[in-house]
Design a protein around this ligand. Structure first.
Ligand SMILES: [Zn+2]
Length: 369
């Protein structure tokens, strides 16, 4: 058993987003209140601490602000604990100082690192699947399934999205593996090609959504910059971007779960952009993110299901090498088939690459008996 942490995006409606923003605002308010009191106490040569601040807040400050009653009181308790810890870091010298962790606590600004922490009054918080009942907050959904039991959760904002972070104790549950080692080649035309010959196609709605994305992009560029209609078009475009990203992510989840559950070792190439570099800049940046997301999911899912993730150096010529005899040749992207002049092998280029990745770990595959 070991401690793991996870940070994942929340799927919230507007009402929930407002609730999150209120709690983050509450947390910031209390943190800043605590910091100014702390500063004032120092000036009067008192030694403040988080416990004392909490007493003052509970008994004297909170009753003055009725709006705080409608929010979880865990928020202010953790805000003051965090403030206390920030001071602790500031006063600890040595290694921490060198790492730049011990700066004097600063006032929090709205919209910058908005976050808050709550717990379940000593009871564990169980998360299982795609919907979760959080203390005080109620039901929330996540974009990926989570299985964890934790003591406290932190919810934070990044741009317009809210994320859930938590730490949990983790015991891996090994699943039965159908294949010993599998090589995976990520592509543009196909989502992934496995060395077993299986192909995960790019999802169709994804292509459709991408066409729409291109159309919206054109609409934005035709509008007068900063005009009303331009803003409208920009918002539409941003929403479509998100839609495309979500569709891709769903497909990625299916793929990574399948890989981690059913294979002893999963071999991937580090930053597999060989095929993607040919596309224009936008496609590349999306594709790159897709790769990082793919790897992130594989990393934790391999731990969940007791398999091993092997990342092969990006200079390994998986596309250029013949998976049968080791001959190396240039493979322009237009060539969809690897034709080997040495041994006569003729094979799909992605399949060839995935077999090379599988072989790169040096395991004997298909060993019978
Ligand atoms: Zn060959």
């Amino acid at each position: 058993m070991s401690m793991k942490s996870i940070r994942t995006k929340l799927k919230l409606n507007n009402k929930q987003k407002t609730l999150m923003a209120q709690h983050a605002g509450y947390s910031r308010w209390v943190y800043n209140w605590g910091l100014s009191l702390w500063n004032a106490a120092y000036r009067d040569s008192y030694q403040p601490n988080a416990r004392k601040l909490r007493e003052v807040f509970t008994n004297h400050t909170k009753p003055l602000y009725p709006w705080m009653k409608s929010l979880s009181s865990k928020v202010y308790q953790y805000a003051l604990i965090n403030l206390g810890e920030a001071f602790k870091r500031f006063f600890s010298f040595g290694m921490l100082r060198k790492q730049g962790l011990g700066k004097y606590p600063r006032f929090k600004k709205k919209g910058k690192h908005d976050s808050f922490t709550i717990d379940n009054c000593g009871k564990p918080i169980e998360l299982n699947g795609w919907s979760h009942k959080l203390p005080f907050i109620g039901m929330v959904k996540t974009y990926e399934p989570i299985e964890a039991t934790t003591q406290k959760i932190t919810i934070s904002r990044q741009a317009d999205d809210w994320y859930l972070s938590l730490a949990f104790e983790f015991t891996p549950t090994s699943t039965e593996k159908i294949t010993d080692v599998v090589g995976v080649d990520l592509g543009v035309k196909t989502l992934a090609t496995l060395s077993t010959g299986e192909v995960f196609n790019s999802v169709k709605p994804y292509r459709k959504a991408q066409n729409k994305l291109a159309k919206l992009q054109r609409q934005v560029s035709r509008k007068v910059k900063h005009s009303r209609n331009w803003y409208k078009a920009v918002i539409k475009l941003a929403k479509q971007h998100r839609r495309v990203a979500n569709i891709r992510k769903d497909a990625l989840h299916k793929l990574t779960t399948y890989l981690a559950k059913n294979h002893g070792s999963v071999v991937i190439e580090d930053l597999n952009v060989s095929g993607m570099l040919a596309n224009h800049k936008l496609a590349k940046s999306i594709a790159d993110q897709g790769f990082y997301e793919f790897r992130r999911q594989l990393e934790y899912k391999c731990q969940w299901y007791g398999s091993e993730l092997v990342v092969v150096d990006k200079f390994f010529p998986s596309s250029k090498t013949c998976s049968n005899c080791g001959h190396v040749q240039d493979m322009p992207l237009s060539l969809r088939t690897y034709d080997c002049p040495d041994c006569g092998l003729s094979i799909d280029r992605d399949l060839n690459a995935s077999i090379n990745l599988r072989n790169a770990v040096g395991s004997t595959v298909n060993a019978c008996g």
